[in-house]
Design a protein around this ligand. Structure first.
Ligand code: PLP
Length: 365
């Protein structure tokens, strides 16, 4: 399978039959990094799922004959309790991408969606195909989302504003109170959707989160996922939190509820504070290592509060990605409009030691 395939192409089953047949070692292949490769490309977290999550998923698998009913309430109840919200403030989805798409399509029928020019994109192609019109605003010179420019662009034609905080691929977080002010004022004109996929990895998760605005019934949706700190990207569980009318609008457009083993794993790991602490510590340790690799090579990375690091490497990032691929390290190539910026996701500590060695050799050869 080509290493240049995007996650989007892989997940949507767009790999041609010819390609899969040619490379499939048997009738069935486990997902995960290709054999012999170190995958630092999709912002996954190889420290998950937690042992408790695995046990819960296995038990749920044994009950796979039945529709997963009770676990929906159990999982929503646990999330609602922790965030001091009601069950009617919540919507579950098959990965947060599904709920993001649902929200874009729901409000995209009523107007345009405003978003930063460089941000998470996996939900955008689907939204466009469903007729949603997107309006993008350039980042500031410091690569941060420019809240003033975004706010100034909200007129009567905008129905939804999407902000990813921290942003992907920059990894940079907006100041919590600055974003709070933005949400309160912009929320008078349009729904503000805050994608908090990486919130648990930020320096100040509570301060950085807009969940308090959900509790205050502002016009705000907060989206979260079990794919990052919980290391469950393959189990596909995400959720949104919002005022009941907003949560209901999203739920009405969600097409795929999460699967039973995924929800059981999410329920177990959500309450596993020891694993959450461990996972966060490992990601931060890894992030420090990747930052150090860049700096040792004279590169200043952007200040990341996520499980990936984005840096201007002073040369074409897609070309560089190919050279790293040849040495079995898979990283991201260029994002549109930013040819020289490279994104590296966290792997296990030993993977990042290998990254350090290979990056330094390839970069200096
Ligand atoms: C900012 C952001 N939001 C949402 C997602 C989607 O995550 P999932 O659909 O796995 O929950 C990702 C995945 O990389 C992301 O980076």
């Amino acid at each position: 399978m080509s290493l240049q395939l995007s996650r989007r192409a892989v997940m949507r089953g767009m790999v041609s039959t010819a390609v899969s047949l040619a490379f499939a070692p048997s009738a069935f292949a486990l997902h995960g990094p290709p054999a012999g490769k170190i995958a630092l490309r999709f912002n996954e977290n190889p420290y998950g799922p937690s042992a408790r999550a695995l046990k819960a998923a296995e038990e749920a698998l044994g009950m796979g004959a039945y529709y997963p009913t009770d676990i929906v309430g159990d999982l929503m109840g646990a999330i609602a309790e922790k965030n001091k919200i009601g069950l009617d403030n919540m919507v579950l989805s098959s990965g947060s991408n599904e709920a993001l798409q649902a929200a874009f399509v729901a409000w995209g029928k009523k107007g345009k969606v405003l978003l930063p020019e460089l941000t998470y994109t996996d939900h955008l192609a689907y939204s466009r195909r469903m007729g949603v019109e997107l309006v993008t605003i350039p980042l500031g010179e410091d690569m941060a989302i420019d809240l003033d420019k975004m706010s100034a662009a909200v007129d009567d034609s905008i129905s939804l504003v999407y902000i990813c905080n921290p942003n992907n691929p920059t990894g940079m977080a907006l100041d919590g109170d600055a974003l709070r002010d933005f949400c309160r004022s912009v929320g008078k004109k349009a729904v503000v959707l805050i994608d908090e996929a990486y919130n648990e990895l930020t320096d100040k998760p509570e301060y950085t989160s807009m969940i308090d605005l959900v509790r205050e019934e502002e016009n705000v949706v907060v989206m979260r996922t079990f794919s990052k700190i919980f290391g469950m990207a393959g189990l596909r569980v995400g959720y949104g939190m919002a005022r009941p009318d907003l949560a209901e609008t999203i739920a009405g457009h969600v097409m795929a509820w999460p699967n039973g083993p995924g929800m059981a794993a999410a329920h177990a790991s959500y309450q596993d504070s020891e694993f959450i602490r461990f996972s966060r510590a490992k990601v931060i340790e890894g992030r420090n290592m990747v930052n150090a690799t860049f700096r040792r090579n004279g590169i200043e990375p952007l200040p990341s509060q996520t499980n990936f690091v984005y840096a201007d490497i002073g040369r074409n990032a897609t070309e560089f990605q190919k050279r790293m691929d040849e040495r079995d390290i898979l990283i991201r190539g260029s994002f549109e409009g930013y040819p020289n910026y490279s994104r590296v996701s966290m792997g296990k500590i030993e993977d990042l030691e290998a990254f350090d060695r290979v990056f330094t050799e390839v970069y200096n050869s």
